[in-house]
Design a binder for this molecule. Structure first.
Ligand code: ZN
Ligand code: ZN
Ligand code: ZN
Length: 766
């Protein structure tokens, strides 16, 4: 566990940057921020910029948190936050707090804003029987409603949105034209007279109810155990009663999603509090205009189906973010499963006719409407770790807000990686990272990939000349870059991870980048994944890596951690491995299977070498007998994390192998041998799992001290592991290192596209 108290005691001064967009200019917002900062004795500044209000404050961690939490709570009247992004940065030592002159520098750039969750005023309208928008699911105002999911092109004008087909009635038009009205120039403005309407369809697409009746019938169906596909803001959700085991099980079966956790939508924060423990930062996220899915610790007695997140102590929870979702969940009046409307990992459906085709066998009914969705935007996922917010999936509410990348001379497109793909486009110092696209495993996903690239190019009028991509020659995204006709610029996968993290944290070389993930194509053609990269001004050097082992069957080992374990143990024990009937990975295979695997390993057939940390996690999970098969990548590793007992502080011996001129090899042999003897001695798995994690933390600390670089960046999918991240941060800080990890951009492969942009920019500057 992250020790917040200890961190506070040792807290050096930190800086928090907050970028706020919304109705925050000319409403007394800056004086409000000034007063709040002074009350909390924070130093820094607030200023208006072409992008909204920019605030930077310096102080200790606890006070900065207070500041962040109090801004949305104590807003001056008439101001409204549509988007708030915060980033922890190194202190630069301000002497006081001041209101700075407006930033007029540069051209005022037109930004496409993310979708904004329903504001309290609109919710009130919808719930007030006297209001003409009573129970109208498409109510919105200047402060809230669809943006990115409905914009066709800039400028942001009704005729350039998917609302173009709806002509405003006289009353709506009067609001739209009245500068004193909350709906003045609200592009998606609509009412029951003139705007979009609901329909309920059966599985064949036949209309069974309309308008208010459709909503009530849909809620009824959910309460009775049906699965209803609901067309929302950025796509379809599949919704069912979260407490109904049978419905949840049926949903998993039909959606072909065996074990991956399902997200929940709660009618209100009170319902969420009944299911989970919620900290102040988590509460801020849940109720923010971004309204992401927040990963929360489930309460033991949470009254929901055990099939929602099997074996997982966390629940992904979000609150309703459109009037449609508010009305529907209030009508159902209990938490519902709200998972993306797709099959396994395909992109979510956005069109009702497509939904009938693709989700026909999944949903019993379809709650649809006639406002077209311009592009798919999934729900974002955020987790609070090490006392900070970390975006794990960046989509609704965040996309397509840009990151700053200085020095790009030519427009660049970055194709991203293969799994959890995002793309990015950069122009004039801004990198626009797309919404989450998904795993590029299906035709649907690859089509979406192509669409999103064209889409961002069109929205921002970017004509890239460079196509940055992964080094992996077989990635479909790499092949796209090769065929694009642009100058292809391959970037090593883990280098991209580190650069993405450096970019958002504004850290400059020298940096030791620790990039741990499942798989990435290495500069030497082997599979990397347990990397320590020394980042210099122009490139990187592989400073250290985990000892390699063979993966029998290559990629198929990802789904079967026992294979990975055999590969690891074979490296250690050789042929003797197959006599070890005390080992779970050995006895869990049939003799015939074992013979095949033995042949693969002894003759190095289809058994590539890897230094992957993710696979090391898988192997250890299998050695502990946690899991035979993985329904999704990283499942075994996640279980190992959940198992680790926090009170266990000891670790196994580690070994660094140093040879002049080659990278340090971090040898896991002593660790695995001790772990095996722990198992033989009957030490509880919770203790062993913790010792394993602690050993990895010690490895990180040992390599960091060998390299002696002050700034350490932690990146890659493995750092979604809370135990590993929090303990690494604490351990490295104890040794006086400056530690950076991801905040706004995913630490998993969703962050790769931004790293590729950063790499291309660096090369361009040489
Ligand atoms: Zn509103
Ligand atoms: Zn109207
Ligand atoms: Zn990766």
């Amino acid at each position: 566990m992250y020790d917040a108290a200890a961190s506070k005691r040792s807290a050096h001064i930190g800086r928090l940057r907050i970028a706020i967009r919304g109705a925050v200019q000319g409403v007394g917002f800056r004086p409000f921020v000034y007063r709040l900062a002074n009350e909390l004795r924070l130093k820094g500044f607030v200023k208006n910029s072409p992008r909204g209000v920019l605030i930077e404050v310096e102080g200790n961690g606890g006070t900065i948190d207070q500041f962040l939490l109090r801004i949305p709570r104590e807003l001056p009247p008439r101001s409204f936050i549509q988007s708030l992004e915060s980033t922890h940065l190194d202190a630069i030592v301000f002497s006081d707090f001041r209101i700075e002159d407006s930033d007029e520098e540069g051209v005022k750039k037109a930004l496409v804003l993310p979708d904004v969750a329903t504001c309290p005023d609109c919710l009130e309208d919808v719930l007030n029987p006297e209001n003409r928008r009573y129970r109208y699911p498409f109510t919105n105002c200047t402060n809230c409603g669809p943006r990115y999911s409905m914009i066709r092109s800039l400028p942001y004008d009704r005729r350039n949105t998917t609302m173009a087909r709806f002509e405003m009635c006289a009353e709506c038009l009067a609001e739209y034209d009245d500068p004193l009205d909350r709906r003045f120039h609200a592009q998606p403005n609509a009412c029951p007279e003139c705007g979009p309407q609901l329909e309920l369809w059966d599985a064949e697409g036949k209309v069974t109810a309309t308008r208010g009746g459709a909503l009530i019938a849909a809620a009824d169906a959910v309460r009775k155990g049906s699965i209803v596909a609901v067309k929302g803001l950025g796509g379809f959700h599949l919704i069912c009663d979260a407490a109904n085991d049978k419905a949840v099980q049926e949903l998993r079966l039909r959606k072909r999603r065996e074990e991956k956790p399902l997200a929940l939508m709660c009618p209100s924060i009170e319902f969420a509090m009944a299911l989970c423990s919620i900290s102040d930062l988590e509460r801020r996220l849940l109720t923010s205009p971004e309204a992401p899915i927040v990963l929360l610790t489930a309460k033991k007695d949470a009254k929901i189906s055990s099939r929602i997140a099997p074996g997982n102590p966390y629940l992904g929870v979000m609150l309703p973010y459109t009037p449609l979702h508010h009305l529907l969940t209030r009508e159902v009046s209990m938490p519902v499963v709200a998972t993306s409307g797709n099959l396994s990992d395909e992109p979510m459906c956005i069109d009702e006719n497509e939904a009938i085709e693709r989700l026909g066998g999944v949903a019993d009914a379809f709650l649809v409407h006639d406002r077209p969705i311009e592009r798919h935007v999934d729900d974002s996922i955020v987790r609070v770790m090490a006392g900070r917010e970390m975006v794990l999936r960046r989509a609704r509410g965040f996309a397509p807000l840009p990151f700053e990348v200085r020095g790009a001379r030519e427009p660049i497109v970055a194709a991203g990686a293969h799994l959890k793909n995002t793309v990015a486009l950069a122009k004039d110092g801004d990198a626009f990272v797309s919404q989450h696209i998904g795993d590029l495993e299906t035709k649907e996903a690859f089509d979406a990939f192509g669409r999103v690239i064209k889409d961002v190019e069109h929205l921002y009028d970017i004509r890239p000349s460079i196509a940055a991509c992964d080094m992996h020659p077989e990635y479909i995204s790499t092949k796209w870059a090769d065929r694009s006709g642009l100058r292809s610029f391959p970037v090593q996968h883990h280098y991209a991870h580190v650069l993405a993290c450096m970019t958002e944290n504004e850290v400059h070389p020298p940096v030791l980048g620790i990039a741990w993930d499942g798989t990435g194509y290495g500069s030497d053609g082997t599979i990397w994944g347990g990397e320590f990269l020394s980042i210099n001004e122009t490139g990187f050097e592989r400073a250290a890596h985990l000892r390699t082992f063979r993966l029998p069957g290559g990629d198929s080992a990802v789904r079967d951690p026992r294979r990975t374990a055999l590969g690891l143990l074979y490296e250690l024990l050789g042929e003797k491995l197959f006599e070890r009937k005390d080992l779970f990975p050995v006895v869990s295979f049939s003799d015939a299977e074992l013979n095949v695997l033995r042949k693969m390993l002894s003759q190095c057939l289809n058994s590539p070498l890897t230094s992957s940390a993710g696979r090391l996690f898988d192997a250890v999970a299998a050695i502990l007998g946690l899991r035979k098969h993985c329904a999704f990548e990283g499942q075994a590793a996640m279980e190992l994390e959940f198992l680790a007992r926090d009170s266990e502080t000891s670790s196994y011996e580690l070994r660094l192998v140093k040879e002049n001129g080659s990278p340090i090899i971090v040898d896991w042999e002593p660790m695995i041998l001790s772990l095996l003897s722990d198992i033989n001695c009957g030490i509880p798995a919770a203790t062993t799992a913790a010792r394993f994690h602690n050993s990895l933390v010690e490895m990180i600390a040992a390599v960091a001290s060998e390299c002696g670089t002050e700034s350490i960046v932690l990146t890659g999918g493995c750092f979604q592991n809370r135990y590993l991240l929090e303990h690494s941060v604490k351990r490295l800080r104890k040794d006086a290192f400056k530690v950076y990890w991801h905040q706004r951009i995913p630490t998993n492969d969703g962050g790769i596209s931004l790293g590729q942009i950063a790499a291309a920019v660096r090369a361009d500057q040489e």
